[in-house]
Design a protein. Structure first.
Lengths: 234, 286
């Protein structure tokens, strides 16, 4: 579904990604694990088109999207949920969701997506006319996920969905991710905290200083000595 | 009474001008000093439509808004787009270059003398709150009120307006929603330039226009933004009307020679007492 082949990218003269290759297949949950500064965010920016790549090729659903504008990628079905539940604090919850549906003009479809989101996160419906800035950290993360679902994504990319959340909320978010997979959404999970990511994912990649150092079935990576030591806290 | 009306009339022009300046600064974080020049070009466009082609003043103003909107988009592409993400100082230097270019081009093309835009309402008078006022001046206030209400409704109620508000809060996440930043930036510049053009056309119909008319409103626009708070439309409305009234009363009760310096006195006082302005949200925004 999504394929990165020898992708290089960075900021100005600083090259951060060094020939990264990875694949996400239809219906999978794929985890991308890495420490702070390993290049996770840069990889995501390259996939969503927020930065230009300097080498390699990115394709989605068999189409070369390497030089496609970011809004066109959203229209193709790539939706990215930014880290830390970045919502629009001065917009209401409803407006945040409508921003998620920006690329959709079919009102009936927007209505359906909205009802789906409210079904996943009832708390958002209760507060739909409140400003998003009034929500707690966990609720913001839920709103960010809900907003990401409004565009009918084929591929949902989640940047650190567990960051800064209480363990109970992390459990809840993990449950949602499983349900989304069941509903046919392909998911790419980007995490620093490998625990949740590896227990949810089918396959995983480990990113270290701009290169993929390990890849494989998530269960196997969980048993890998290096992964245990570096990403699972012993 | 006459002072109040004078103040409201110039205040209305300031509000239109400053609103355009403030949306570009607040949403795109660009100090668009070319705003005074699109104001000047708006006045000249309306003038030539009225004087050369005999177009009615109101229609000429609308056409000027559309033409200048396009010029605003071109200015963004030339002066600011290549510098996206650059520090304010760099943007400012680029803006000043464009400002000087347009001012001198206008001076070369159209000559350094004063003209006035003809309007059928200038010679009509009406009685308003016990004073005699030209219909043209009332028209300016009325159109300003209507335009600002329309702008507020547009930003609050439409999908595009929502995207504009979202962009002011987080441009990167707005992009992740599938909004084309290039197209939205062009749109905001078009809107802003159109507001400067209508202000220019109004001013040119009540007073005079010449190629150098852009600098004074630009400087006052900066004062209004500091007074009202950077990027706040409500601030631009209150600041613009406030400045118009203060100037008018100064001219009446002190001396008209002091009228134009009062804005800068206000600037100094605000910077000392409340640097974030009346409706500003503080320095943590950008």
């Amino acid at each position: 579904m999504l394929e990165l082949a020898n992708v290089e990218a960075g900021y100005g003269k600083l090259n951060i990604l060094k020939k990264i290759s990875l694949k996400v297949q239809q219906g999978e949950i794929v985890a991308l694990i890495g420490a702070n500064g390993a290049g996770k965010t840069t990889t995501l920016k390259a996939i969503s088109g927020l930065i230009r790549t300097t080498g390699g090729k990115i394709s989605f659903l068999g189409q070369d999207i390497t030089s496609m504008a970011s809004d066109a990628r959203v229209r193709l079905g790539i939706s990215q949920i930014p880290e830390g539940g970045k919502v629009f604090p001065q917009l209401t919850i409803m407006e945040n969701l409508m921003m998620g549906a920006y690329t959709i003009s079919d009102r009936a479809l927007i209505e359906k997506n909205k009802n789906d989101v409210f079904e996943y996160f009832p708390v958002l419906q209760e507060r739909k006319h409140k400003l998003a800035g009034t929500l707690s950290g966990g609720q913001r993360q839920m709103l960010a996920i809900g907003r990401g679902l409004m565009s009918n994504p084929k591929l949902l990319i989640m940047d650190e969905p567990s960051l800064g959340l209480a363990p109970l909320v992390v459990q809840e978010v993990a449950g949602i991710i499983k349900r989304l997979q069941g509903a046919g959404v392909t998911i790419m999970l980007v995490e620093q905290n490998a625990n949740m990511a590896l227990s949810l994912a089918d396959r995983a990649y480990v990113l270290e200083v701009g290169s993929i150092s390990l890849e494989g079935v998530a269960e196997e990576l969980k048993g890998n000595e290096h992964v245990k030591k570096a990403y699972l806290g012993g | 009474m006459q002072e109040l009306i004078n103040g409201l009339v110039s205040g209305s022009i300031y509000v239109l001008f400053a609103t355009g300046l403030t949306i570009v600064l607040g949403i795109l974080d660009i100090p668009n000093f070319v705003h005074g020049e699109t104001f000047m070009i708006g006045a000249f466009t309306a003038f030539f439509l009225v004087a050369g082609l005999g177009v009615h003043f109101i229609l000429a103003t609308i056409i000027a808004m559309l033409i200048v909107a396009v010029i605003g988009v071109v200015v963004e592409k030339i002066s600011f787009k290549p510098l996206r993400g650059a520090p304010h100082v760099t943007l400012l230097i680029s803006a000043i270059a464009m400002m000087l270019f347009l001012e001198n081009l206008a001076s070369l093309l159209w000559g350094n003398y004063n003209r006035t835009i003809d309007s059928p309402y200038t010679k009509q008078v009406v009685s308003f709150l016990g004073s005699t006022v030209s219909s043209q001046r009332l028209l300016v206030v009325l159109m300003a009120v209507l335009l600002i209400i329309a702008l507020q409704l547009f930003i609050k109620k439409t999908k595009l307006g929502m995207a504009i508000r979202a962009m002011g809060q987080n441009p990167e996440v707005t992009q992740l929603m599938g909004v084309s930043i290039d197209r939205l930036t062009s749109f905001i510049f078009a809107l802003s330039a159109a507001l400067s053009a209508v202000a220019g056309s109004f001013l040119g119909s009540l007073f005079t226009l010449n190629p150098h008319m852009g600098l004074e409103p630009l400087l006052k626009g900066v004062v209004i933004l500091v007074l009202g708070g950077m990027g706040s439309i409500v601030g631009a409305i209150v600041g613009g009307l406030g400045l118009g009234l203060v100037e008018s009363y100064t001219a009446q009760y002190l001396t008209s020679a002091f009228k134009n310096s009062v804005a800068f006195l206000i600037l100094i006082i605000i910077l000392v007492i409340k640097p974030t302005g009346l409706f500003g949200q503080g320095g943590d925004q950008h």
